[in-house]
Design a binder for this molecule. Structure first.
Ligand SMILES: C[S@@+](CC[C@H](N)C(=O)[O-])C[C@H]1O[C@@H](n2cnc3c(N)ncnc32)[C@H](O)[C@@H]1O
Length: 303
């Protein structure tokens, strides 16, 4: 029997040789070093397909957290201060877009006949004057919507479905003085920067986008210890970035944030006023998407 002794120097050069060989094999087989990313994107596709099922769910199959019929009074409670007054200030030539409107109940309440639905608490004087557009991926119109749309006539209220916000052309939608979003596209989209850029492109200068997002790192930093997060943004070094500080990088936009650390889920109420036309939103790329109501999302700020 003979044994071969290899010195530590010999081990090192053998290991280096093996590494070089592996690189050559990978290149010869045409494999990309980035394959884990491919499996990540496969996983994202699966999650997006699951999310699609939530949008398409009907009757008893609708998951309990997927609420699609919030009233205007709920919008007034959930959206930032100022939404009610802004709604009340609209004239008959103005336009309001509700992105992620579900059944469009908030718009029905806005147009409710006097003596109909009770006015939203702490908010009166908003009765329907402006033209209102409800947008939802899936069609959740009710009989009540059909009746009210027919009785108002003249396209005062419109319901758009079958597509996501990003798939509409500017001509199809026109411009708006107010855009709202309550647990809608802002909470569900996989492309947050494209979504915000599209919203701002649809606003008239001086128009305002009212939205909110729950389970995020709060701007004022008073998150409850051990809070669970659903939407996270990190910088290139993996450090947390708040949604508000990311939004405040947007050009031509004044961003207001109200942090609700006392709510069950830490929530940021956000309003964005468009102050000039040259809007540009800092890019964030999707790192993770997990279907749900709402979904879990992790984004990274691009340099
Ligand atoms: C949980 S429901 C909320 C409905 C309503 N805002 C409410 O509070 O009752 C989510 C809504 O957002 C819509 N949605 C999600 N992502 C969207 C997108 N990118 N564009 C348009 N609508 C979207 C869904 O189709 C659905 O109508």
């Amino acid at each position: 029997m003979c044994s071969v002794k290899i010195s530590s120097k010999g081990w090192k050069s053998a290991a280096t040789g093996l590494a070089v060989l592996m690189v050559i094999v990978v290149q010869v087989l045409g494999l990309e070093v980035g394959w884990p990313q491919d499996s990540d994107s496969l996983r994202t596709d699966e999650e997006i397909a699951k999310q699609e099922k939530i949008y398409g769910s009907r009757g008893g199959d609708v998951p309990s957290g997927y609420v699609t019929n919030r009233a205007l009074s709920d919008y007034v409670e959930i959206l930032p201060y100022g939404f009610c007054d802004a709604l009340a200030s609209l004239s008959s030539s103005d336009r309001w877009l509700d992105i992620g409107a579900g059944a469009g109940q908030a718009i029905l309440d806005y147009y409710a006949p006097v003596g109909g639905a009770p006015p939203a608490a702490k908010c009166t004087g908003y009765r329907g004057r402006a033209r209102a557009v409800a947008m939802s991926i899936e069609d959740r119109r009710t009989e009540k919507w059909q009746q009210q749309a027919a009785s108002l006539g003249d396209d005062r209220i419109r319901y758009l479905s079958g597509k996501r916000l990003r798939q509409y052309s500017p001509e199809e939608l026109g411009k708006f003085q107010i855009i709202s979003d309550v647990y809608g596209g802002f909470t569900y989209t996989e492309d947050l920067s494209q979504f915000v850029e599209k919203v701002l492109s649809l606003l008239e200068v001086d128009g305002i986008f009212y939205t909110m997002v729950q389970r995020v790192h709060l701007q004022h930093g008073n998150d409850k210890p051990g809070a669970r997060y659903e939407t996270e943004i990190v910088d290139a070094a993996g450090r947390d970035v708040t949604v508000c500080s990311w939004l405040r990088k947007t050009t031509c936009a004044l961003v207001g944030c109200e942090s609700k650390s006392e709510w069950d889920a830490p929530t940021e109420l956000i309003n964005i006023r468009k102050v000039c036309s040259d809007v540009s939103v800092a890019r964030v790329k999707l790192l993770q998407y997990q279907a749900g109501n709402p979904p879990g999302r992790r984004f990274q700020l691009e340099p």
